[in-house]
Design a protein around this ligand. Structure first.
Ligand SMILES: [Zn+2]
Length: 389
């Protein structure tokens, strides 16, 4: 990865280059903030630059070290990242090393990978973490000589996933690292890091990405799509790399989602009365079928549905306070009136509704059983819609 391939963040790039030229590289750094998609590419660009034998204002891309970095095979680059524990608790194997071929392939395909997408790729309902065996491995490797006699670089991606009770293992190594050892901790949530570790890191705060920069990037990445469409996705994705990319690869029609929502929410509403009928059938039976249908969709479409549902509830709640609120065309439907619906979303149930939607989104992302999740969400939501002060 070159510096030039990292979007935005020019001031951080410049300070990294400056520190390198002055040979005053902080031995432990924290990359955080801004658009999270750029954390890992920047760590890769910096490591490549550090190892490069003919660097100027960027890596040369031709020397043996650059070539190894482009394939992520440099022997002095060490990755640690969240994984799922597959061995027995007594076996102490550094999973980051064991899973590296999968991680390497994933990063080579998409260096802008999000932590969420990596966890989705692991296809497990268990939580991915960085555990003590990985931290012990970091300490062990850092005390060995580097293979090529130069720097050793440790990239710890998703550092907030380091198990808190194990974090102290790293303290001494990060405080007094062996010479020519650089730690780059990357975190989307640095407040979860042990404060004694965080205080030893030099912070590099990333920036957000300008919508024009994102538009240019995706025009090159997706030349088959027209500019107006990409522009629309950048706007819908709120100029966030991952949100925009998700829309580009899973373009779900707003209308299609909303038709689905209208039928589903009516069934949820009717589900509190066992005798309620919907189009000639018992509403509960229809609701169960509807949940099965939603569970059969792609996981990304299920997640989009929950996000869109949260949007509709948000608009409905706001309408109670701002009657002049303009209703977006995407939430208009002949069988649905946001105005009437808003009367059921109020101060007495809104917090519980959002907590429910957020939990469902979380567990869907963790590959829990979607049919059970949708059923549970539907019945709870039905009750909440009828909740009275
Ligand atoms: Zn080079």
């Amino acid at each position: 990865m070159y510096f030039k391939n990292v979007l935005a963040n020019n001031s951080v790039k410049n300070s990294l280059i400056k520190e390198c030229s002055a040979n005053r590289i902080p031995h432990a750094q924290l990359f955080f903030g801004g658009d999270q998609s750029q954390h890992l590419p920047l760590a890769l660009a910096f490591s490549t630059y550090l190892f490069c034998e003919k660097k100027t204002t960027d890596s040369c891309g031709k020397c043996v070290n650059c070539r190894k970095m482009f394939k992520l095979t440099h022997p002095d680059l060490h990755f640690f990242y969240p994984t799922i524990r597959v061995q027995q608790p007594k076996e102490k194997i550094a999973e980051s090393k064991k899973c590296f071929p999968n991680f390497q392939k994933t990063i080579l395909e998409d260096p802008y990978l999000s932590l969420q997408n990596w966890e989705t790729k692991l296809k497990s309902s268990k939580t991915a973490n960085i555990r003590s065996a990985d931290l012990i491995e970091i300490c062990k490797i850092s005390n060995l000589k580097s293979y090529q006699g130069g720097y050793k670089v440790f990239i710890i991606w998703g550092a907030e996933k380091i198990i808190t009770k194990s974090s102290a293992i790293l303290l001494k190594t990060i405080e007094e690292p062996p010479p020519k050892t650089v730690f780059i901790l990357i975190s989307n949530d640095p407040n979860k890091l042990l404060s004694t570790i965080k205080s030893r890191l030099q912070e590099k705060k990333m920036t957000t990405i300008d919508s024009c920069v994102l538009l240019d990037h995706f025009k090159k990445k997706c030349p088959e799509l027209n500019e107006a469409m990409i522009k629309d996705f950048v706007r819908k994705g709120e100029s966030n790399y991952h949100k925009t990319f998700e829309l580009l690869i899973n373009p779900v029609e707003d209308g299609e989602i909303f038709n689905n929502f209208v039928e589903w929410i009516r069934l949820c509403f009717l589900s509190t009365n066992k005798k309620s009928k919907y189009e000639g059938d018992f509403a509960i039976i229809k609701l169960i079928d509807h949940c099965a249908m939603m569970a059969s969709l792609e996981r990304a479409a299920q997640l989009s549905f929950i996000k869109s549902t949260a949007q509709v509830f948000r608009r409905a709640f706001l309408l109670n306070y701002e009657p002049s609120l303009v209703v977006e065309p995407s939430i208009k439907h002949p069988n649905f009136s946001l105005d009437s619906f808003s009367k059921y979303v109020n101060n007495y149930n809104v917090l519980e509704i959002f907590a429910l939607l957020s939990n469902t989104h979380y567990y869907l992302h963790r590959y829990s059983n979607s049919k059970i999740l949708f059923l549970d969400l539907s019945f709870r939501l039905g009750k909440l819609l009828h909740k009275k002060p």
